[in-house]
Design a protein around this ligand. Structure first.
Ligand SMILES: C[C@](O)(C(=O)O)[C@H](CC(=O)O)C(=O)O
Length: 305
């Protein structure tokens, strides 16, 4: 059923649908889906929630992930991913684009665009990928105030507080911040850039009962762990944030080189989604069938001579 039909919509708010997924036993795997088509493909593969990564959104715009994307640009991505897939979407809210009022504006905008959950981090601008060096942290109390502001604005959005403190303040610092953010009302914690199994386990042990998110980004500080391993470490959610963008970007790079070199894309056809499969993914036929049930061409009577 296409998104155009009102009965394709769930009447349950996205945040509540996300909470329901978390209420089940086990870990929730949430793949990065950098546009609506990617979200449809993730759903077809069996995923039940989608992640919108700041790094992937900005890279797809040809920009670095330094906190320069705006709240309305992110809302454009949320709308397409939520609409195309119908999945609850967890969105990277970076630092909240400013202070308390900006965080509240972000929450309202993201909810209105169809988001289910957001994560908000304790870096100051220009923020960086959590796996890079020299990140600058906001005072813990300032971040706690942002979490409280987000709660004040949300109707159903699930609020995850991310702490980037492990690199500069160690595990003790990260745990202390996480506790403060939970006291401020966060629904869950995202400890960023932990780099050993022991760190992941210890963090979880020191925050019993707190839902935790693990980030399995590639080319970062975290070694490759599977969903089953993160579950065993005590984590409730995990993301593969930039993975779809990285794979698609390499395919694109090869394509452009090939067209430039061969004068056409004839040598890449076996790496393409066929027209048939692409149309099936976006339900082209469903839109046409819907149109046929609604639009009936009225042929004008012949004008009397
Ligand atoms: C999770 C993350 O914030 C993102 O934007 O997806 C990034 C991912 C990355 O740059 O690899 C992060 O800071 O970890």
């Amino acid at each position: 059923m296409t998104y155009l039909s009102a009965d394709s919509y769930s009447h349950i708010p996205a945040g509540e649908r996300f909470r329901a997924l978390l209420a089940r036993p086990g870990i929730l795997g949430i793949p990065g889906t950098h546009n609506g088509l990617a979200a449809q493909q993730a759903k077809a593969a069996g995923f039940e929630a989608a992640y919108l990564s700041g790094a992937a959104m900005t890279a797809s715009m040809g920009l670095p992930d330094l906190g320069i994307i705006t709240v309305d640009e992110v809302a454009f991505f949320i709308r397409q991913v939520a609409r195309a897939s119908g999945l609850p979407v967890l969105v990277d809210g970076d630092t909240g684009y400013g202070e308390a009022l900006n965080v509240m504006h972000m929450v309202r905008t993201f909810e209105d665009a169809g988001a289910a959950a957001v994560h908000l981090e304790d870096q100051i601008l220009p923020k960086k990928c959590g796996h890079l060096n020299d990140k600058k942290l906001a005072p813990a109390q300032d971040m706690a105030a942002k979490v409280a502001a987000a709660l004040h604005a949300r109707r159903h959005l699930y609020i995850i507080a991310r702490t980037d403190a492990a690199a500069s303040e160690g595990l003790d610092g990260a745990v202390a911040r996480a506790k403060l953010y939970m006291e401020a009302g966060a629904d869950a914690i995202f400890p960023e850039a932990l780099n050993t199994e022991e760190m992941f386990r210890e963090f979880a042990k020191r925050l019993p009962g707190v839902p935790l998110l693990a980030n399995m980004t590639e080319f970062g500080r975290t070694p490759f762990y599977t969903k089953e391993q993160f579950q065993d470490f005590g984590y409730k959610m995990m993301i593969w944030p930039v993975t779809s963008l990285r794979v698609a970007a390499l395919a694109q790079e090869k394509l452009y080189k090939s067209i430039a070199q061969d004068g056409g894309a004839q040598n890449c056809v076996d790496q393409m989604l066929t027209r048939k499969d692409l149309y099936a993914t976006i339900d082209y036929a469903g839109f046409e069938a819907l149109d046929a049930t609604i639009v009936k061409t009225v042929v004008p009577e012949a004008t009397p001579a």
